[in-house]
Design a protein around this ligand. Structure first.
Ligand SMILES: *Cc1c(COP(=O)(O)O)cnc(C)c1O
Length: 473
């Protein structure tokens, strides 16, 4: 496009970069922001403006305003200076939400992470002998104490735990799994594929709905079979005409055949959820007691700790696993170990664990407690007196999430929000708030489930509505 006089004048009005930077420094508090970032963002804004003037995206009848440019730069600087990894308010009612960071750490565990991360430690030092120690031993005795197993090992996550066990004991050999347990967990963890990666050969037995002991028995071949593997069907239920083989029966059979019996529990827990009126999830302790040789489970699902994979099992087997060079690649970090140790310690007193571990606390929360938060939030939002905005209580159900209690509806109280916008438009606006608020849409209605919202977060949610006052009224 040709440069007419109007455009030339507008281009001339753009202040020099140095002048703009000076203006920004005087007008805004940007002392803590690196100079290189300020200058880069200033150049970007000026370049964009030049382009817009040339291409007439900018209305060339209007004079260039340096205050407006400075403000634009400042907003860009703030955005670039903000971490990408943000706090999000979880009002979805899904307690262990894979997209929102799974389990929250207990305060005690998080504080301990800070201490161990900012100071030196005995991470790999045996203080008795002064020689090199094993990082796993920092939590091994606790896992044994709580689950009743002989020995334990911890790695990066449960997927790594399963891979490591298969790689150590079943490379080039057959692993027998029921067709009803060939599970896919979100995020591409599929039992048949992990098996293939480890070099183990999957031997499927039974049918989708029914598998019997004789299926395992018939699948066994002396020179080929390394393991019977049971996988917890963590994120689905098979109902109707079904039959499964019990852990005890499989344990007996594996002993008779002298092969390993492993269970991938997925979301391992040490707490019996039927105490909270919920269906029972298998506990690690029960799996060990039933005679499994190896049990694997996650640190950040129902356990409520950091991301980790825990292997609880027989001493000889754990020793062999430790010799596998893969352990180095799957190794657990010191911050994780710190969080895991304190989380496990909390389980020594299950009543305390339920109070202090956020995942357990949220799952076991009573309707009364949830209702109280819903009332609080309703009042805060109603007090904003936003035109066209209506709030009301909605009885609904929360989910445990994280591949646990898949079909269980946990009764909850939500605050439903009606505005002139559609539920999905409102969802989008709330998601774009700082901090983002994630609600859920049910029957075309936008709901905030208070089960996963803490007491001090109701004000943040109300503030999000305050920020949207203009858009909503
Ligand atoms: C969740 C799950 C896994 C994967 O655990 P991560 O800790 O996410 O790696 C493996 N197996 C089962 C049965 C699971 O539920």
């Amino acid at each position: 496009m040709p440069l007419n006089d109007e455009k030339k004048n507008r281009l001339k009005e753009i202040p020099g970069i140095d002048k703009l930077i000076l203006k920004i420094n005087n007008k805004y508090s940007v002392k803590s922001i690196p100079k290189s970032l300020i200058s880069r963002k200033t150049k970007e804004v000026v370049d964009d403006l030049r382009q817009d003037i040339v291409s007439e995206k900018y209305n060339c009848k209007e004079q260039v305003n340096s205050d407006e440019i400075a403000e634009k730069v400042y907003k860009k600087i703030l955005k670039a200076h903000e971490p990408n990894f943000k706090r999000v308010i979880n009002a979805t009612g899904v307690v262990v939400h894979t997209n929102l960071g799974r389990s929250l750490l207990a305060k005690e565990a998080a504080e301990f992470v800070f201490e161990r991360a900012t100071g030196f430690s005995n991470l790999e030092l045996d203080l008795k002998t002064g020689k090199r120690g094993l990082r796993y031993s920092l939590v091994e005795d606790l896992v044994c104490e709580i689950s009743g197993c002989e020995a334990a090992m911890v790695v990066n996550n449960n997927a790594a735990a399963v891979l490591l066990c298969l790689d150590t004991f079943a490379k080039g050999k057959e692993v027998v799994v029921s067709r009803g347990e060939l599970v896919e967990i979100g995020g591409s963890f599929r039992i048949p594929e992990v098996m293939e990666k480890s070099g183990a050969i999957l031997k499927e037995v039974g049918t989708t709905n029914r598998t019997h002991l004789k299926d395992y028995e018939n699948a066994y071949e002396e020179t080929k079979t390394a393991m019977f593997l049971k996988v917890h069907t963590s994120n689905f239920d098979i109902i109707g005409f079904t039959s499964k083989v019990s852990l005890e029966e499989l344990s007996k059979l594996s002993m008779k055949k002298n092969i390993i019996f492993m269970e991938d529990l997925g979301s391992g827990t040490f707490i019996d959820f039927s105490n909270f009126g919920l269906p029972k999830e298998p506990t690690v302790t029960e799996s060990v007691k039933a005679g499994t040789d190896l049990v694997t489970f996650s640190g950040d699902k129902l356990l409520g700790g950091p991301q980790a994979g825990i292997i609880a099992g027989k001493k000889g087997l754990i020793e062999e696993i430790r010799k596998n060079p893969l352990t180095r690649a799957l190794r657990i970090d010191k911050m994780t170990l710190a969080a895991l140790e304190i989380t496990l310690r909390l389980y020594r007193d299950p009543k305390q664990a339920v109070k202090k571990i956020p995942t357990l606390k949220m799952i076991s929360q009573t309707l009364n407690e949830i209702e109280q938060k819903a009332h609080e939030l309703k009042e805060l939002i109603d007090n904003l007196k936003i035109k066209n905005l209506k709030t009301n209580f909605v009885k609904s159900s929360s989910r445990a999430g994280g591949g646990s209690l898949p079909e269980t509806n946990i009764p909850t109280i939500c605050l439903g929000i009606e505005t002139k916008l559609s539920a999905s438009q409102l969802e989008k606006l709330m998601r774009k708030n700082t901090p983002p608020v994630m609600g859920r849409i049910e029957n075309n209605k936008y709901l905030l489930d208070l089960r996963t919202v803490s007491e001090n977060e109701t004000e943040i949610i109300a503030k999000a509505f305050k920020n949207l006052k203009n858009e909503l009224s």
